[in-house]
Design a protein around this ligand. Structure first.
Ligand SMILES: Cc1ncc(COP(=O)(O)O)c(C=O)c1O
Length: 430
């Protein structure tokens, strides 16, 4: 018989960039008896979840939940809004952008895929130039992966929105937030996104198995005219059933219990505090990498990801041999290099249910593994992170269920409170 969780003593360190560590509170919620998904108790559960999700996505519009991995929500975004042969604009930021492009091609869309170096985010100027050149408005959608999980590079969504607006282009804007939602500042409505794609297994701290589409009015209108074949993924029936708290099919009842609990935890911490926590852990990890004198894959400091860091292995060293040693010796799972980055990088996930000491333990495992596998580096990465974590907190962020989210000032105030770089110093409005 296969033994699950075959870890002899203490907790396994699951520091891949998703699935992430699932909090005990969520695990206990999953453990409740399954109830009738057509009964009154279930309707209350759904309605509370749908309200909570609006706060997490920062939208007043519908959020559709699928019992599927993130890939399902990619497909749902495309088949609900587009028609066969529609031209769409996509960007090669890494492995996941490449997979989404492949799916779009298979579904019969005409994809214009802007080449990238797998080390940078989407350049807003390129978006503007491409769209401005499309005088006939042939492109029906622009698709961007917010946080490329394969590279640890974050594209700047508000700047891309501005670029679309400057080009005065009517294309739909679709954003994959699978490894950024509930970890990094993200605002579906304020940033003018039409379809946001997300998954359960990263910032939302759940096991894999649920995924989401947040939908704008413009996307809903497009769905009335779109005729790519769709049935299971169709928003209209789901949104109609959701009004009373139900689904047109059997939902993933126990994962929804977990989702209810996870939303409660995130809102209790307060989204600005959640984002600031991720930013601190990203910064501490980058300081460790700099001290080790190892290269961070992301080229531009203003595109560093707060949910993971991809570190380049020095020439002649295989990242997977290093990862294997770290797993065997320290029971620590690090992310592998994906696609063309296989063997060349390893990825440290610092997202989801995570705290300072978990990060210190993770970085200790990395530093010891570098030594054991003879990877050239300078000692002192862990110390650099410790010093930053110890000295970097000026104060605790407001733990406010009622903290106003979606407000730049609130997030900046929280960053200032933590002693983190922020756009402007403001007094906390709460
Ligand atoms: C950015 C991004 N997009 C899409 C996916 C695909 O999601 P899934 O593996 O849940 O189908 C992933 C998975 O890690 C991802 O990180």
């Amino acid at each position: 018989m296969l033994r699950l969780d075959d870890h002899p003593s203490g907790r396994h360190f699951l520091q891949i960039p998703g699935p992430t560590n699932v909090p005990d509170r969520v695990l206990r919620a999953l453990d409740h008896p399954t109830i009738d998904h057509r009964g009154p108790e279930f309707a209350r559960l759904t309605l509370e979840i749908l309200e909570g999700l609006k706060k997490i996505f920062q939208t007043a519009g519908p959020v559709v939940i699928y019992p599927a991995s993130g890939t399902g929500a990619w497909e749902a975004a495309l088949v609900n809004t587009l028609s066969p042969g529609d031209p769409v604009l996509m960007f090669e930021t890494g492995h996941f952008a490449t997979l989404w492009r492949k799916m779009a091609g298979r579904l019969g869309l005409e994809v214009d895929f802007v080449a990238g170096d797998w080390r940078s985010g989407v350049d807003p100027m390129v978006v503007q130039t491409r769209l401005a050149a499309d005088k006939a408005h042939r492109y029906k959608a622009v698709m961007v992966v917010h946080n490329e999980t394969s590279t640890g590079v974050t594209s700047r969504i508000p700047l891309i929105r501005e670029a679309i607006d400057r080009a005065k282009h009517p294309a739909l804007f679709m954003v994959d937030t699978i490894s950024s939602l509930a970890s990094m500042d993200y605002r579906h409505a304020e940033w003018g996104v039409d379809v946001t794609v997300a998954g359960s297994q990263k910032g939302l701290m759940l096991p894999p198995g649920l995924s989401f589409n947040a939908v704008s009015d413009k996307a809903l209108a497009a769905s009335k005219l779109a005729h790519l074949p769709r049935s299971y993924w169709s928003w209209d029936e789901i949104i109609a059933s959701n009004r009373d708290g139900y689904f047109p099919y059997t939902p993933a009842t126990n994962l929804l219990y977990g989702l209810h609990e996870a939303i409660d935890m995130l809102l209790a911490e307060g989204l600005p505090a959640v984002f600031a926590r991720h930013r601190r852990h990203g910064e501490a990890t980058r300081r460790a990498a700099h001290a080790w004198e190892l290269e961070i894959l992301c080229r531009n400091a203003d595109e560093y990801s707060d949910s993971l860091t991809a570190i380049v292995m020095p020439d002649g060293h295989d990242a997977d041999i290093f990862r294997r040693k770290v797993l065997e010796r320290f029971d620590l799972s690090l992310g592998t290099g994906l696609g063309r980055l296989a063997g060349k990088v390893f990825r440290i996930g610092h997202l989801g249910f995570f705290n300072d000491l978990m990060l210190c333990g993770t970085l200790c495992g990395v530093e010891m593994g570098l030594g054991l596998t003879g990877v050239p580096h300078r000692a002192g990465g862990v110390q650099a992170a410790i010093e930053y974590l110890r000295d970097g907190i000026a104060a605790k962020a407001p733990r406010a269920r009622e903290t106003k989210v979606g407000s730049e000032t609130t997030f900046d105030a929280t960053l200032a409170n933590y002693g983190l770089p922020h756009r402007k110093v403001v007094s906390d409005p709460t």
